[in-house]
Design a protein around this ligand. Structure first.
Ligand code: ARG
Length: 457
């Protein structure tokens, strides 16, 4: 492509060092769509005849069909997807193909391809985010009666509906979808027409190209347009946080599926066995997802670090953006899909949950609230209940087995209705504030999400 200036061929070592076709071939659809739109602008500018433009479009479509069918031969010595397609087009249709790169550079071409690719992937990602939200809501709805201990510091804290716990992830995923949508909005701008750095003396109708490709806007500074990868960073950041959410969910699933908790049984289809220990049923999906989060966070850091020292404008370093971008998109999409499938087959063990939530200490705060409702300042009430808990521990008896006389030595405010605090149903029903897990609130949240997810928000 640059043979005019050079008298020596590129060293083979450099060819294999600098090629990107081994991974950027994935951008073939976007590259072809961009070239077809570009040819419309060249036609309008009078730089192509109708016949040349038709030959370009048909030639590109034929190449696309071969790539799709897996019969197209990519060549390493043609470096990247842009040169592979253009040179094959020119080999097939001659001069019309050689006119296609007028007023265009691979710098604005790759910026365009990446934006087109990520725009589609944002939609695909959000669709699987919604699938996982749906799976979480349905798992909650199927087990709407189940109450489990909620944990802080991984110590039993207060009772919550299992569905309430799952709905926490539905909220997180909703913010993730919002971040993806936001990234999509900012990347949805046409960079083509920026040339290598300073546009071109050949003036094309960029707005026409934008319309052809469905971009609502065109970039306003050619230097920014060829060197900007903010949109890729933004999406990788959104995906890193999304992966962190999946990793935390993984950790919960791993705990729930352990014999120590026993809250959830995963189906055989989504667990693996041990080659040595016949009894094992391992939650590998969750472990792998937790592990892959390291890669997804690493991809964000890799891209930021690649961009950090770059002078304006395009630098070849930027070719290193593609692999982390592809990897994060692929990894997160796969994790979301497998989690949705795994959770739709998960079973909740109501008995194990009931046994765990029967721990009366989970209601110690409710007992403090009992005193508060009878005029005791909360700090004092907290201390009184702390003493009661210590007394029960000293006697190795459950808290509700302390007698009324025992309680009254700690505070005269106690009456025999204090034992009603240990009723789980009453305790749950009392948690009525917005966002708290009363049965009515949780049912309303499940219904809200069910209807929102029906419309694919
Ligand atoms: N393969 C290149 C990349 O991914 C395309 C742009 C190349 N531009 C250049 N001036 N060598 O960044």
């Amino acid at each position: 492509m640059w043979k005019g200036r050079f008298s020596q061929p590129t060293a083979e070592l450099l060819q294999s060092y600098s090629e990107s076709i081994s991974f950027d071939w994935r951008l073939w659809r976007q590259d072809i769509a961009g070239s077809i739109a570009h040819s419309a602008a060249l036609l309008k500018a009078g730089l192509l005849t109708e016949a040349e433009r038709d030959a370009i479009v048909q030639g590109l479509q034929a190449i696309g069909a071969e790539i799709e069918a897996g019969t197209f031969q990519f060549k390493l010595e043609l470096e990247d997807i842009h040169m592979n397609i253009e040179s094959e087009l020119t080999r097939r249709i001659g001069d019309a193909g050689a006119k296609l790169h007028t007023a265009r550079s691979r710098n604005d071409q790759i910026a365009l391809d990446l934006r087109l690719y990520l725009r589609e992937e944002c939609d695909a990602l959000n669709a699987v985010v919604r699938d996982l939200q749906r799976a979480l809501v349905e798992l909650g709805a199927r087990n709407a009666e189940v109450v489990i201990p909620g944990y802080t510091h991984l110590q039993r804290a207060q009772p919550v509906f299992f569905a309430h716990h799952l709905l926490a992830y539905v909220e997180m995923l909703d913010r993730d979808a919002g971040r993806i949508t936001d990234a999509r909005r900012r990347l949805n701008v046409l960079p083509l027409g920026s040339g290598a750095i300073a546009g071109s003396t050949i003036v094309l109708d960029r707005e026409l190209v934008a319309r052809e490709l469905g971009f609502p806007a065109v970039t306003q500074n050619s230097m920014d347009a060829v060197s900007d990868r903010d949109f890729a960073v933004e999406l990788l950041a959104a995906l890193a946080l999304l992966a962190v959410h999946l990793s935390r969910l993984s950790e919960d699933v791993i705990l729930w599926a352990s014999s120590e908790f026993g809250f959830v049984t995963l189906s055989d289809a989504f667990t693996t066995g041990s080659s040595l220990m016949p009894q094992k049923k391992n939650p590998d999906v969750a472990e792998l997802t937790r592990g892959k989060t390291g890669r997804v966070i690493g991809n964000l850091l890799a891209l930021l670090t690649t961009l950090k020292g770059l002078p304006m404008t395009y630098n070849r370093d930027m070719q290193e953006d593609k692999e982390p971008v592809f990897d994060s998109v692929d990894t997160v999409k796969a994790a979301l899909a497998i989690f949705a499938a795994m959770l739709s087959e998960a079973r909740v063990n109501a008995q194990a949950c009931a046994a765990a939530v029967a721990d009366p200490l989970l209601l110690a705060t409710d007992l403090a609230d009992y005193l508060v409702n009878r005029g005791v300042p909360f700090r004092q009430a907290h201390e009184v209940i702390g003493r009661a808990v210590a007394l029960a521990a000293e006697r190795s008896c459950p808290l509700p087995q302390l007698t009324l006389a025992d309680f009254q030595t700690l505070s005269p405010v106690f009456a025999d209705d204090l034992y009603e605090c240990f009723d789980l149903r009453t305790a749950m029903a009392a948690r009525r504030a917005i966002g708290a897990p009363s049965p009515e609130n949780v049912a309303a949240q499940l219904a809200r999400w069910q209807s929102a997810l029906k419309q694919n928000v």
